[in-house]
Design a binder for this molecule. Structure first.
Ligand code: E4P
Length: 221
């Protein structure tokens, strides 16, 4: 399973890279707004800096902020021109699906975001989206089992051999990561804190402390 980091912060991207846990980056307008970028030039430079931190087969999802079809495709084309590693992230709306269709026909990779149902995921695949991003945590927040949606989408995609890759988003904790890996989807995107939490287990800490204590009690004396 590919491990993407859900952030626009360069330090966090570098940290994930140093842990060997980076296959790509996803951003969204809220994440970009945290990075003290005050105009289009700075935003473009920032996307390029993210892309330059990645390897050839890795990519960064950059989201359009327009909502009408023409503006979406123009913004999408501009984002795609910034760097070959950009994947254009488009929200799941009627205009968004049309924009995905247009950009996919032009061989521009897209990520259909804000997906909360199997029906929406079906439309994204029909339109030719490269990724579909179902939001697991936000569904859990409204008392729907987000992981159930991941299973449903996988089932639908397998039935029809859709090529669209499932990139589970809104990942909140390590159990989401483990369950997605068990379901067998292409990728997840998570904040750095979830990546870090995967390292932790109290029995590892207790075991390590005991090993060192035992060793020092004999070897140092
Ligand atoms: C998806 O790509 C989004 O950027 C993201 O995963 C949303 O996560 P959140 O629900 O934690 O904001």
């Amino acid at each position: 399973m590919k491990f993407f980091i859900d952030t626009a912060n360069l330090k966090e991207i570098d940290q994930a890279r140093s842990l060997g846990m980076l296959d790509g980056v996803t951003t969204n307008p809220s994440l970009m707004s945290k990075e003290s970028l005050f105009n289009q030039k700075e935003i473009q430079k920032h996307y390029i800096s993210i892309c330059e931190r990645l390897k050839n087969d890795e990519n960064v999802s950059a989201e359009v902020i327009s909502s009408n079809y023409i503006d979406m495709i123009q913004e999408g084309e501009k984002l795609a021109l910034l760097h070959p590693r950009i994947v254009v992230k488009i929200p799941m709306t009627k205009n968004g699906i049309q924009a995905i269709q247009y950009l996919s026909n032009k061989r521009i990779k897209t990520n259909c975001t804000l997906v909360f149902s199997a029906g929406q995921a079906f439309l994204a695949a029909k339109a030719g989206a490269y990724y579909v991003s179902p939001f697991v945590g936000r569904l859990d927040d409204v008392s729907y089992n987000g992981l159930k949606l991941i299973r449903e989408i996988k089932n639908v995609y397998e039935n029809y051999f859709f090529k669209t890759k499932i990139l589970a988003a809104s990942i909140r904790h390590s159990l989401h990561v483990i369950e997605c890996a068990k379901i067998g989807i292409h990728a997840i995107t998570s904040p750095i804190k979830v990546i870090n939490s995967l390292f932790n287990h109290p029995l590892t800490d207790i075991g390590l402390e005991q090993f060192i204590k035992d060793y020092q009690s004999k070897i140092n004396n």
